[in-house]
Each structure stands twice: as C-alpha cells, then as structure tokens.
Design a protein around this ligand. Structure first.
Ligand SMILES: *[C@@H]1O[C@H](CO)[C@@H](O)[C@H](O)[C@H]1NC(C)=O
Ligand SMILES: *[C@@H]1O[C@H](CO)[C@@H](O)[C@H](O)[C@H]1NC(C)=O
Length: 264
C-alpha cells in the first residue's frame, strides 16, 4: 500500500523546512568575561577555553596573573552538536571528530570563531598590542587565528581585521596543517608576517586528551611554513590541564613579546 500523495508532500515540506533551518542557523556565542588591566593598559589578549568549558573559569585564573598591563577578554563558545560526542551538544569553537590535527577541519566553525575573536580585538585602541591565546580547542582556534592573520583572510575569503602581536597555545593542536604548506606557497606578505609573529606552545608530556606528539607536530609544521619565532615547551608530569610553572612561562613570554613594562 502506498501512502497518499498529501502525506508525501507533507513529509517533503517538513524535510525542506528542517534542512532550511539547519542551514540558516548560526550558532550563538555565549557570554564574554572581561578582566580589566590593574595597571596601564598596553595590550589586549582574547583567551579561549577548551571543549565544554566557558569564559568564566579562565577569566578567574587570568585575573590572578602578575600582568597588570593586559586586558583579558574571555568569550564563551557557542553550544553546538559535537561529532566526537555522537552529536551531543557542548560549548565548542568548532565541530571535532577527534582531538588532533589528523581529523577533518570544520572550516565554517573555525572561520566563525576566528571572526568572533578578531571582532572583539578590532575595536581596541590603535596603540594597544593585540594577542590571542587558548587552551586545547581554544589553542587550536588561537593558532587558526594566527594563520588567518598572516594570510590576511579567513578560509572563506573575508579579510582578517586585526594585527596580532603574539599567539599562545596550551595543550592544543594546529588545525588546517594539511592544507597550510600549499596556502603559504608564494605568499610573500604572509611569509613576512609569519616570520615575525611570536608563538608560544606549551604541552604536557603525559597529556592523554590531546597527545604531546600533536603539540610537537604543530610546532614543526608552523616552523616549516615560515613561522620562525615559535617556542615549544614540554612539561614532564603534566596531563591535559595547566600548572603554575607553565603560567609563569606564559607571563614572562607575553611580557617580553608584547613589550609590557609592568607599569601601574
Ligand atoms: C563554567 O565552567 C565551570 C567548569 O569549568 C563550571 O563549574 C561553571 O559552572 C561554568 N560557569 C558557567 C557560567 O557556565
Ligand atoms: C595592521 O598594520 C599595518 C602595518 O602597520 C597597517 O597598515 C594596517 O592598517 C593595520 N591593520 C589594522 C586592521 O589595524
């Protein structure tokens, strides 16, 4: 027995409207937490949390750091279905199937998050140095921002609207590492920017979420395509979290690369 024609039509309309809705939905970013500089404002750094986390938890940690000249902006990622969790929703900067550079890249999600970050930075005063940093998937998004900045555009072709002076990635990986060499080929301006953009990567030796070797590979992949100021630090007994010893390095590295004078 065949279902009546009106029934098929109805199903068809439902499918069209559902798929239409999916295509139209832009994921909404969560709340942004700002940590005001305790001294003279010299730099602004957007800091990105890991999968399932939020901007609030990192803003509380960053507030305790001895960096009086930095304004921290800690946005919260959109809540979206995650392939890694079988479609279960979580706060995430982009969709992931696996937490490594081997997985396919969700360029649409990466572009949207990198643009959200750049927009937060682009309204800062012209004399303020700008940076992006993050943990885990936040580190991956920070590195993707670095790539977008040196290339002057996102994957979708839109122009990147800010000048970055420093990028930090903790326990993360480099998205788009497979297409990167091809993209950097013959791009003179991108090569010039890559050469002078300082990047700090830190990774725990016993990280069981994003393996240490992915951090190492990201560092060498960046070096290979022309990033010549990449510092890679390994931590012996560190898993997928952060320790004060690591944050000390982040502080001194940021102070030196952003030329902060510690003034109040
Ligand atoms: C943010 O995440 C932490 C866990 O990292 C959680 O304890 C806290 O409730 C979350 N805060 C908000 C506002 O979602
Ligand atoms: C970035 O720096 C270059 C060179 O100093 C300058 O020409 C450009 O306007 C800057 N772009 C933005 C978005 O500030």
């Amino acid at each position: 027995m065949r279902p009546p024609q009106w029934c098929l039509t109805l199903i068809f309309i439902c499918i069209i409207s559902l798929s239409g809705r999916t295509a139209m939905t832009a994921f909404e970013f969560g709340r942004t937490y700002v940590v005001r500089p305790k001294g003279k404002h010299q730099a602004t750094v957007v800091w990105l949390h890991g999968l399932g986390d939020n901007g609030s938890s990192w803003s509380q940690l960053l507030e305790t750091l001895p960096l009086p000249n930095i304004k921290w902006i800690c946005p919260t990622a959109p809540t979206q279905p995650i392939s890694l969790f079988g479609g279960f929703p979580s706060t995430a900067w982009f969709d992931v199937g696996e937490l490594s550079e081997d997985g396919p890249d969700d360029f649409k999600g990466l572009d949207a998050s990198a643009a959200h970050v750049a927009n937060l930075l682009s309204t800062e005063p012209a004399d303020i140095k700008l940076g992006v940093g993050g943990f885990s998937m936040g580190a991956a998004t920070a590195l993707y921002s670095a790539i977008s900045y040196v290339q002057g555009k996102y994957e979708n072709g839109n122009p990147y609207p800010a000048n970055l002076s420093a990028v930090v990635g903790l326990s993360g990986w480099l998205p788009c590492s497979k297409v990167l060499p091809k993209r950097m080929e013959g791009a003179v301006e991108a090569a010039r920017r890559a050469e002078s953009l300082p990047i700090l990567l830190c990774h725990g030796k016993v990280d069981d979420v994003v393996l240490h070797k992915f951090g190492e590979k990201s560092s060498s992949a960046l070096n290979t395509v022309g990033f010549h100021d990449v510092t890679f630090k390994s931590y012996e007994r560190l898993g997928h979290f952060t320790v004060p010893e690591e944050m000390d390095v982040v502080c001194s590295w940021l102070s030196s690369k952003l030329g902060l004078d510690g003034s109040s």
